[in-house]
Write a protein that binds this ligand. Structure first.
Ligand SMILES: [Zn+2]
Length: 239
């Protein structure tokens, strides 16, 4: 096998890459590259060859850096392009939460990672566990659940299951009523044992993730931002 390495062969080249921050395909420039070319040498008349260009590319919009590999092989008409961190049109970015308790932050990170890796049942399990975790944190043990019979509300009882706790979050105004209803609609957040669930859809999970992130933002991040803002105002008065 003959191998040849060329540094920065594609440096400065502009290409379109799906940017995880801009959430769409944007113009990127190759900042550095490492091209690895190989060719078989066991048959002088017939040989196969291929190569991979390993690139560090930067989004010209938001400056986010991506590692990109662009490979080809003489026996395969289609090349292979890979991006790290992995992404697709459905990929979610892990948001930085600074004030959220560590335990919840870790679950949140796993929710996003499992979503991005198509581990949808595990992602649903993570959502259930983060909602339980928020309730624990906030001392919510139950909430009002309507018992419906023939489309009519039979009675309202307090329940300690996840359904009850979601209502409990709305009761304490931690979650809006409409968001609580949206979460209730998703069976994967309901009462069923996890192993009995059919796979939740990407769309459902994405919506539930949005609602949970909104909750984290409201409960933990906004109060500290408001405090900071009050600090600024206080300082201005003292000038
Ligand atoms: Zn970008």
């Amino acid at each position: 096998m003959i191998r040849k390495i060329t540094e920065d062969q594609s440096k400065g080249k502009e290409i379109d890459v799906l940017c995880p921050e801009c959430n769409r395909s944007t113009r990127h420039v190759v900042r550095q590259s490492f091209y690895d070319h190989w060719q078989s040498d066991d048959h002088p008349e017939y040989y196969v060859q291929g190569g991979t260009d390993y690139q560090i590319v930067e989004c010209l919009g938001c400056r986010t850096v991506t590692f990109r590999t662009d490979g080809w092989f003489s026996e395969d008409a289609e090349g292979t392009i890979q991006l790290f961190p992995k992404r697709s049109n459905n990929t979610l970015v892990i948001k930085d939460f600074y004030e959220v308790p560590r335990k919840l932050r870790r679950i949140h990170k796993e929710i996003i990672n499992s979503f991005n890796d198509d581990l949808l049942i595990l992602c649903a399990a993570g959502l259930r566990s983060i909602i339980e975790g928020i309730c624990d944190e906030k001392g919510i043990k139950d909430g009002p659940v309507e018992l419906i019979d023939n489309g009519r509300i039979k009675k309202i009882t307090r329940k300690t299951n996840l359904q009850g706790k979601i209502s409990g979050l709305a009761e304490k105004n931690i979650l809006t009523q409409s968001n609580a209803e949206m979460l209730h609609e998703h069976r994967f957040l309901g009462n069923e044992a996890l192993h009995e669930l059919s796979q939740p859809s990407v769309k459902e999970l994405k919506l539930a993730i949005e609602i949970v992130e909104h909750m984290l933002e409201n409960i933990y991040e906004l109060p500290s931002k408001a405090k900071e803002l009050r600090g600024f105002k206080g300082k201005r008065k003292n000038l």
